[in-house]
Design a protein around this ligand. Sequence first.
Ligand code: AMP
Ligand code: ZN
Length: 478
Amino acid sequence: MKIYNTKTRQKEEFKPIEEGKVGIYVCGPTVYDFIHIGNARPMIVFDTLRRYLEHKGYEVNYVSNFTDVEDKIIKRSIEEGIPANEVSEKYIVECKKDMEALNVRPATVHPQATQEIPEMIEMVQTLIDKGHAYEKNGTVYFRVRSFEPYGKLSHKKIDDLESGHRADSHALKVTGEDEKEDALDFVLWKPKKEGEPSWDSPWGAGRPGWHLECSCMSKKYVGDTVDIHAGGEDLIFPHHENEIAQSEAANGCEFANYWMHNAFLKINGDKMSKSLGNFFTVRDICQQYDPQVFRFFMLSAQYRTPLNFSKELVEDASRGLDRILNGAEKLREIADKKNGRFIMDEEQRILEEEMPKFIERFDAAMDDDLNTADAISVIFELVRFTNANTSEKSSSNFADCLYRILFELCDTILGIHLERAAVDIADDDVAQIEALIAERTAAKKEKNFARADEIRAQLLDMGIILEDTREGVKWKKA
Ligand code: AMP
Ligand code: ZN
């Protein structure tokens, strides 16, 4: 498999540190509110990467954190008059509900920054001991110039950063910044402020800086070197650059072999932002659309391509997914039907030989830097192949073989269920629907086709689609 590595700016053949095993660390959300649909992009994309690596036979250790101590959480706790840990606990629970709705599997471990403070203090001490960090009045800073490769991920030069900082120095100055040895230095440990959560440390009570959290949690749960470190592209600088500096300076080895960054999700072509008011939470969207449709939409673009969110594009995705689900339903019906045809005929045996090529082409697309857009095109071809070559008379074995392939590609790897979610319909409504269907059947018997059509239209208005089959009339939610 080839992966585009932000560090080298090229696609590279993926080779794990340990054969057959992959360690992945994905920066997770700061939990101060419901997650928005932009946050869902790295969750869905890297969950799909994990599923694909498992399909290829790797054992995957997938770690994704929750940042549960941070300025935005503290601000929220002050606004709501509740402790910061109540804010973060609440939104971790809500985030997990959203992940479940989007069929994002729980990580192997979901570490939380507040549970890993001793490890963070230890890393800060190591950095001080090695001369990479220093303390001033309760704040500990990382000495950026002590880490020679600084800028290697974002391809920035230290001197350019320095002059940028000088130009902005007034705007950037925050409390305590004057004490820094160098404007580039960043905070590892901040001193306690009144009313904020804090932990004791050799430098006084305080809390860790955001970058430090990920360095420590990836070290503890994946190892000093992770195979793949991932997140959204906004994290390349400074977050990931600073993680590299801390981890490599402390551990003395490469921090991550492959860096994967997803491009942003935009709204109607604009950057999604709270201040512009053009953002949606995953919760909002899952009330308007089937979460499956949203996951399918998210995977309809390769992860490094910016993706635009609009009603029209989600509706396109919904129609596309319908074609796949209809194909799957047809296969299930043939496979389950006891039509007495189990054994494939000669023609079907020849067609069966063509089936592995769909898996090969799907894998080729995914091997090319997780190109889910091309992989989905292969699924559409498989559905066309299915529709062209199956009928009620097909052997159940033939339909079953096709279904298993479709299931592996779509359900197991892309995480899109092949069955539509059951829609809750109240018992009274079901009774009304069934009474109307009975009336329509009677009307047809009496050759009153006008009334029969009228009832079909009435049901359609209620969002119910009828299907006349040999076993009688079936209905489903539109
Ligand atoms: P945050 O809570 O802001 O740290 O974001 C959590 C994850 O969501 C990070 O990997 C971000 O890069 C990612 N992210 C935030 N906004 C977007 C967006 N509009 N599109 C794609 N990814 C995003
Ligand atoms: Zn991180």
